[in-house]
Design a protein. Sequence first.
Length: 148
Amino acid sequence: MKHIFRGFAAAAALVLASLTLATPAQAYETYSMDNSWAKSSGKVWKDDNRHFGYNLYLTDDARDGHCVYYQAQAVRNNAPDTVWTRFTQNVCGYGNRDRFSNASYGLIYSWQPGADGFRVRACKAVDDAPDPCATASYVATRGQWTKG
């Protein structure tokens, strides 16, 4: 009986160790983009099945008189992704930097039914023309405080 218990305990410890080692170390999706007109960086995450969070920084890096801002897109596995939507105010003036977070800005992406994740991108506000946007972040699908 002791051999069976020891064998079971050893197998359980081995399974637990392999699961721990296989878990990704990063608990959120990072975003970093630098180009000639903006620097943006930060983290986006999925808090639970309904809420998404972010802690993002955006710097206006051009002396062109155009402001920069963030757009977001809800991603759905079994339905079309939503259209890109502006979700921050403008950051204007060369070298100016703002921080946007779900705590300080007061917006949590819970309004998209069936959203499995969301992504962000930095854009330049251009009057009377389409706004150019940087490459989008990876899709945020993981918790801020939980791994995997």
